[in-house]
Ligand binder design. Sequence first.
Ligand code: SIN
Length: 305
Amino acid sequence: MHDLQITPLGYAMGAEVTGLDLTKPLDDLTRRRVYDAWLKHVVLVFPGNAHLTPEQHIAFSRNFGELDTHESQAPETLLEGNREILVVSNKPRAGRPSQTRNTGRNWHTDLSYSLRPAKAAALLCKEKPAVGGDTMWANLTMAYETLSPKMQAIIADMEAVHDVTLVRGLNQRDPALVADMRRRNPPVVHPMVRVHPETGRKSLLAGERVSHILGLTEDESQALLGFLNQHATSPEFVFRHRWRVGDIVLWDNRCTCHVALPDFDQTQPRHMLRCSMKGEAEGRLAEAGPAATKEQMIQTVASLS
Ligand code: SIN
């Protein structure tokens, strides 16, 4: 039995978990308590894990779901010998600039551009800049629940297209790898409102990697997405984590989005290892074509009259 302590860190979400030795398997009771705390606090911080081996990081992450082997990612971005670990780092790899040096720079839900957005992620901080390089999460359940009933009804059946090309900074990466990412991840459709498979609560699936809402014109889509994203990421719903080397942060990707802030000296290393757990919900491939423009609507109306 571990001397487990769970200390809330934020109003919107976040708690710190201490008293665990993550180099060893969790017993069933401890695992259940941590899992329940995770469902309740959404983002959990486990400090003091700098020494964890990749195998221990993977074993710990498995407590929260089946691990993704990152078919959606270029192999160059994974830890050598461990397909389960994505290296999010600004340190050069094999003498070349890291392809994940600007990962996570706009608000997103992990892998929403794939058919199965992640269930969860466990991100381990191995190296960090002296200041900055924080990560912020937004609680999308709170965001949904604080919409008016009318707005909830408006978006209830809406679906949106998630597009890997909207990952901020993609154009700074190796064109061959970007082409590979695009090939692996054609645009996909997900509902705008999700029901959490474990808590039953509804949340918004928005973020800055959504190109448009199906059935709306481009202008309507941008206006509604702009409002929903601004609402979802307003400070009341946000938890901000200031990393310490050795922190593992575990988040529930089914009801949050997050952003990795570039507010640090890029000559200093920021080196993180991420395990992702496979999501339960499946989207579908988007049919080709963006939202209709106003001009196209005018032509449609003109051809009918
Ligand atoms: C991510 O988007 O998963 C990376 C987050 C971070 O590096 O803080």
